[in-house]
Design a protein around this ligand. Structure first.
Ligand SMILES: Cc1cc2nc3c(=O)[nH]c(=O)nc-3n(C[C@H](O)[C@H](O)[C@H](O)COP(=O)(O)O)c2cc1C
Length: 196
């Protein structure tokens, strides 16, 4: 599954992204495991025809690679940072992400170019936290259990967990919780409820 996300630049996708798409024209394309594409676009104008050229190109690329369209979220009237806040299309994008997530096994998601999530899954036995961590996590999540480490391990290893690495931490999004784990020490730093 590949998601193409771009601003509209003169009725096309950005030149940077187009350069990447162009590099897919290689004999190796027969080896690609990709079965589906999705499309996310934002443009400043409100014109009905704003996305027409890109949609046509997208459809032709789908045909060329024999791919299925997993969905599109096309947003007009987005010019500056923050313009998209409160727009219903954000929910559409969220739902598209959720539909993709359901069909990709957890381990594969972690593997997308960044295998560090697998590293965490392979070393769950190293997970621990501090006394303060226990207090913080129990309070943040209103947990009933004293064994927050076991609780976190269960959550992290569940099929719904999405593990991303940023800086020195892993962030595990699961069941509307975000668990923060230090990548060097495997210390669970904190966990809190996702703000919606
Ligand atoms: C080079 C360039 C070309 C653009 N062309 C269009 C366009 O054809 N139609 C449109 O609605 N917006 C156009 N825009 C506006 C952008 O699509 C819009 O501001 C978008 O939110 C910018 O995303 P970015 O901040 O990631 O560049 C253009 C912006 C730039 C910089």
């Amino acid at each position: 599954m590949v998601v193409i996300a771009s601003p509209v630049y003169f009725y096309g996708i950005s030149a940077e992204l187009k350069a990447i798409v162009d590099r897919l024209h290689t004999p190796m394309r027969n080896e690609f495991k990709v079965k589906k594409l999705a499309l996310l676009l934002v443009g400043a104008a409100d014109l009905p025809e704003l996305f027409d050229a890109i949609k046509l190109q997208y459809q032709l690329v789908l045909n060329f690679f024999h791919l299925e369209d997993a969905g599109m979220v096309l947003v007009r009237g987005v010019k500056d940072i923050g313009d998209i806040k409160g727009r219903k299309e954000l929910e559409e994008a969220y739902n598209l992400g959720a539909s993709i997530h359901d069909e990709i096994p957890c381990s594969v998601q972690q593997g997308k170019g960044d295998t560090s999530g697998l590293e965490l899954l392979n070393h769950l036995d190293k997970l621990h936290t501090t006394e303060l961590g226990v207090v913080r996590i129990k309070k943040n999540l209103s947990l009933d259990t004293d064994d927050v480490v076991v609780w976190c391990k269960d959550k992290i290893s569940s099929a719904q967990a999405i593990i991303t690495r940023s800086g020195k931490n892993w962030y595990i999004n699961v069941d509307n919780f975000i668990i923060t784990v230090n990548t060097h020490s495997y210390t669970i730093i904190t966990a809190h409820r996702e703000k919606r």
